[in-house]
Design a binder for this molecule. Structure first.
Ligand code: ZN
Ligand code: ZN
Length: 106
């Protein structure tokens, strides 16, 4: 199995799969942590989410690029795995995949 090359890419399926696979855990007031497998390289990543004064979070499906309705926000997620992906710039982490997760904060 050859290593996946680094590439800064996004696909609609990334957001769909992440919405299905990721979990959101509250770690403190206004702070939560996204955890789940990167839809591109499959490595489980942890992404802190800070939402100011919001009290609770939950993931909602269907992360479209349109403006979110009140009570929801779009959280950009970038893969932060520590795997070896050939071609990755020295100042970057992950495989390059990025996507938007829709998070309900009410
Ligand atoms: Zn990845
Ligand atoms: Zn990776």
């Amino acid at each position: 199995m050859s290593a996946l090359p680094y590439a800064e890419v996004t696909e609609d399926s990334y957001a769909e799969r992440a919405a299905a696979d990721f979990t959101l855990t509250e770690v403190g007031p206004g702070t939560a942590e996204l955890k789940g497998p990167c839809p591109r390289c499959g490595t489980v990543i942890h992404v802190p989410v800070v939402a100011g004064t919001y009290k609770s979070f939950r993931l909602t499906r269907g992360a479209r690029r349109s403006a979110p309705p009140p009570g929801e926000r779009l959280e950009p997620v970038i893969c932060t795995c520590a795997d070896d992906h050939p071609g990755r710039p020295a100042d970057k982490v992950g495989c390059g995949a990025f996507w938007l997760l829709r998070i309900s904060t009410s």
